[in-house]
Design a protein around this ligand. Sequence first.
Ligand code: 2F8
Ligand code: CA
Length: 317
Amino acid sequence: MKMECSVVHTENRLEDMYNKLINQDDNELSTEDHSPHSHPPTRLKSIIGPSVQTYRVTAMILGVLCAILIATIIALCVRYNGLSEKHVVLSQNSSETHSNLQQLQDRYDSITATLMKVQKNFQEAVSAKDQMQRERDREKQTKDLVMREKEVLMKEETKLLARITELGKNCERCPVGWELQNTTCYLFSVADSDQRLSWSQSREECRKSGADLVVIDSQEKQEFVSRTMKRIGTGSRYWHITGYWIGLRDVHTEGVWKWLNGTELTRGFWLDGEPNDQYSTEDCAATYPKDNLLKTWNDAPCGYNLKWICEKNVREN
Ligand code: 2F8
Ligand code: CA
């Protein structure tokens, strides 16, 4: 706009100058030549002849330039208005985008917080699962242990039931507290576990019951006696007082072992290194609870106090 004004102003000034010069020449003409057919004044011609044309062309160019400038300005204004509207729209969009971004940020924060909670819960669940697994393993171990104990108890029960059956049969054929094996009743002197007697006293106790000290003249009897002793248990830490007197001696001839019925021993079930007649005092035989059922005998002094085993035939019905 300023430029436009400046152009107009310059144009006005040029017009003023032109008018002044015309007036000046008119004045000069009035003094020099008043003829209506005379030529224009020489000074004016020399000054404005070509210059006026130039001014006019210049003014036209300037006018065109002004018009272009005005058109440009108008176009720029229009363009500016369009951009302003776009700027407003973009500002609104930016505001909405910012608002959406904020919402998304809030959502992200919320989801992150939820995720943390879920992770925490997951960790707790994993810990709980591990704990449960450990408890389950412990329970399984306990269950296995209980099952093994149950198996042992069931075997024990089976043995006890068999024993009850056997005792039931014994009731009919052997005195109470005696063991039945084939056709013979046996008494292991364990009623009073502290009671121990010499070989002769023990034999006397058997005789009071119509029995005598046991004669172990077969492997079957040896195994039966050994198993029964083991079932009863040792009852002492000192093995040499855990023995039971049997009906075997070498009192008459050292080294010649005879049963009570006078028959000579053919097969003995001696412990390793026995009989050894220690200190030349050991002439009576006893049997001891040992793991090896066929190596349980030892010779001991006949006056030594031990438990004893009696035997007698079953009652005749
Ligand atoms: O070492 C075997 C030996 O052990 C005991 O004596 C320490 C026995 N004594 C008694 O049972 C009294 C021995 O007979 C036996 O030979
Ligand atoms: Ca001995």
